[in-house]
Design a protein around this ligand. Sequence first.
Ligand SMILES: Nc1nc2c(ncn2[C@@H]2O[C@H](COP(=O)(O)OP(=O)(O)OP(=O)(O)O)[C@@H](O)[C@H]2O)c(=O)[nH]1
Ligand SMILES: [Mg+2]
Length: 317
Amino acid sequence: MPFRSGFVCILGRPNAGKSTMLNALVGEKLAIISPKPQTTRNRIQGVVHLPTAKGRDAGQIVLLDTPGVHKPDSSLGRRMMVEVREALEGCDLVLVIMDVTRKFDPRDQFALDLLKQSGTGAFLILNKVDLLRDKSKLLPMIEEYRKLYDFKQVIPISAVKRSGLDVLLKEVISALPRGPAYFPADQVTDQPARFMASEIIREQVLMETEEEIPYATTVVVDTFEEGKKLTRISATIYCERDGQKGILVGKRGQMLKRIGTGARLQIERMLGTKVFLELYVKVQPGWRDSRSFVQELDWRRQLEQLSTSRGSLDEER
Ligand SMILES: Nc1nc2c(ncn2[C@@H]2O[C@H](COP(=O)(O)OP(=O)(O)OP(=O)(O)O)[C@@H](O)[C@H]2O)c(=O)[nH]1
Ligand SMILES: [Mg+2]
């Protein structure tokens, strides 16, 4: 049996269920999820290792979850769209994901435009079919969408109920070329635990707050000391205004406490150690429009800087 492998980009408007699908396919929580649009802010890699099975080739699918496609109006938004474009570059297949409960809108069109520019083969994934009361609506929908692009496959799924995923994996692996295993069998992501911790904290902020706050906040882990039994983490939640800080801290610090407890339990589960988590809230006016601040948030860039500074230290020695 041949071994197939390749890079597969997940593309679609905000809130379509891209990250839910990534987590469901990999079988681990790699990306945070929320009912609010624009949850994901960078590309997230998740590797699906497929052993040989009846009627299916063995292989490795390297999935790339991306931020929801939108017209950006800030440095943060522009950075998010760069992440989308970088994920699309050089991938073997694109999974365009659409929400069957929503009408096709300009953001879906924008996703299709990006796909056309990339010239990559694509599947259309129709997500959230569990919410479709009248399943007979699916067929005309598929016909309409097929007119928009020459999709290789159209696959209805429910990422939340995990239905349709076996078919999806089977079709994806057979659309990929023969190739090597890019990653060892025990690796499912390249995200550092430190960054995942900051995302888990941000997910709690998204769950606990409303209106402008989810969009105006970001989380930076300042220290991360992993021990065998205890991991000590301190992190800062940045927001843009004093009023937002007041809400994030809450009466007698109640809100921050809730965010901290929720995040700590999840980080403990991820790391398998006890976690001591200290949270701070700081106001950083207009951070979303600061190119340098937004760049500092990028963990791939942080790692690059770390390795170049280490390199120059070695040279000095
Ligand atoms: N009922 C139902 N809800 C779903 C399904 N997939 C995702 N959702 C919900 O849709 C919302 C958005 O899901 P996400 O996975 O965060 O969507 P996304 O496309 O990654 O969103 P962005 O990162 O903002 O672009 C969440 O509330 C999910 O629980 C599904 O198959 N069925
Ligand atoms: Mg997402």
